[in-house]
Design a protein around this ligand. Structure first.
Ligand SMILES: [Zn+2]
Length: 261
């Protein structure tokens, strides 16, 4: 049975331990984030750019702005407008700025979506320098371009520790563990398996001192998962979206298999 325990949660990051899955499934969840569709600026038209940055540089920076699309948004290719661009598939932007000063993301006038972070610096303009552009954003996935990646998902195996009954001789390891995963309990020790990242400093130390090393290994069915969002989705949503994508992909495989004659 799958068991999940939340370890830490902030606005843009969630960490939990998950038991009862194997590394193949954990890795599929991680990889499926590349198929989540989010909005990003993909077309920029410049009317004026007196800044020190080339048009391409500014366009690249604009492409990396996290944007929130309405749930009803569709991919441009799947839209009924047949790629002409409409409110269901295209968000548009206008920017007109004059120096001196830094141009921030909040100065972009967006139509059809929200800019997640308002204080992202785009370019610095000197006195009398001007920047004028329009841009369009579409839905896409990180398979096409990394700017469509909604966040990062990574995981590591939790530690499995078999402590012998006699742990008195290991109390010196409390100060050796860089993660402070080894805790002293009176004359014995205990190990916080969630803090332990299997760096094996304790094993190296035991080997140096010619002591029997702790019985420590990576679990094959217990992991700590880290999900960090870039702002387009809540971290938990990002995880669920990854699961939905696995589901959808497997459904398609099942359908194809059923059609086999
Ligand atoms: Zn459309």
């Amino acid at each position: 049975m799958v068991k999940i325990e939340k370890l830490k949660e902030t606005k843009d990051k969630i960490t939990f331990s998950i038991d009862g899955i194997n590394s193949t499934i954990a890795n599929s969840i991680r990889r499926s984030t590349f198929e989540i569709e989010v909005l990003a600026i993909d077309l920029v038209e410049f009317y004026k750019n007196d800044s020190a940055l080339y048009d391409e540089m500014i366009a690249l920076r604009l492409g990396l702005l996290p944007l929130k699309a309405p749930k009803s948004f569709t991919r441009r290719g799947d839209c009924s407008c047949k790629e002409k661009g409409c409110l269901k598939c295209t968000a548009s932007f206008k920017l007109k700025a004059e120096g001196p000063g830094t141009v921030y993301s909040k100065e972009l006038k967006a139509k059809g979506c929200d800019i997640v972070f308002e204080e992202m610096p785009l370019v610095i303009l000197a006195k009398d320098q001007e920047l004028e552009l329009t841009a369009e954003a579409y839905l896409g996935s990180a398979i096409e371009h990394t700017k469509f990646l909604p966040g990062l998902v990574w995981f590591r195996s939790n530690a499995v520790i078999n402590l012998t009954k006699d742990t008195e001789s290991y109390t010196d390891l409390v100060n050796i563990c860089p993660k402070r995963a080894i805790i002293s309990k009176g004359s014995k020790i205990e190990i916080d398996s969630l803090k332990c990242d299997l760096c094996e400093c304790c094993i190296e130390y035991c080997n140096e001192k010619n002591k029997k090393p702790l019985d420590l290994k990576a679990s094959e069915d217990s992991f700590t998962m880290f999900i960090e969002s870039f702002g387009q989705l809540e971290p938990k949503e990002l995880f669920i979206e990854s699961l939905n994508i696995i589901d959808k992909n497997l459904d398609e495989v099942a359908k194809a298999v059923k059609k086999l004659k």
